[in-house]
Ligand binder design. Sequence first.
Ligand SMILES: Cc1cc2nc3c(=O)[nH]c(=O)nc-3n(C[C@H](O)[C@H](O)[C@H](O)COP(=O)(O)O)c2cc1C
Length: 188
Amino acid sequence: MKQPVKILGFVGSLRKGSYNKALMRAAVKLAPEEATIEVFDLEGIPPFNQDLERQPPQTVKEFKAKIRKADAILIATPEYNYSVPGVLKNAIDWASRPYGDNAFEGKPVALMSASVGSLGGARAQYHLRQSFVFLNMHPLNHPEVMMPFAEDNVDAEGNVTNEQTKQRIRELLEALVQWTRRLKDKPR
Ligand SMILES: Cc1cc2nc3c(=O)[nH]c(=O)nc-3n(C[C@H](O)[C@H](O)[C@H](O)COP(=O)(O)O)c2cc1C
């Protein structure tokens, strides 16, 4: 039997009632049998300071180690001012440094976003995809999971209630598993 695909998830919102945390919780519940999802909390990662990139704080060391152990990455993020929240960009910047020690090198990655607006965080996803070029990650193109009008699609307990979104999450995870296996099997 094939080994399960190990997915590391993280969320670009620290907010307790975050709709993006709800997406990640849903992903953990909906993960296919051939995958496991561990979620890393970005709370506590300090602002990036390049003076410290060779002696990063313990949380960053742990984050980088978990990224390296993972077969694939799953990110759920809000859109802030038509772009990526600082919390998420900051964590990615830490994990990509120092130059030559990018923990994300060659990793498959899938994206989800939730927003109270009508586009569901699409612009944040496309900004992130630009960073994946320099990070040399392999983003999954389809399906796209964007949850607009998030307050209508998450209940008071933080569960995603929209069946269509849940189905898209299932499809995204299945596609991520296949994408990861395809990249691993590829002769180098
Ligand atoms: C600083 C800031 C900027 C925001 N900018 C956008 C935006 O550009 N587009 C959008 O759809 N929503 C924007 N929002 C609203 C977010 O969609 C909303 O706060 C959402 O709940 C954030 O995700 P979370 O629930 O996971 O924390 C912004 C919110 C904040 C706090």
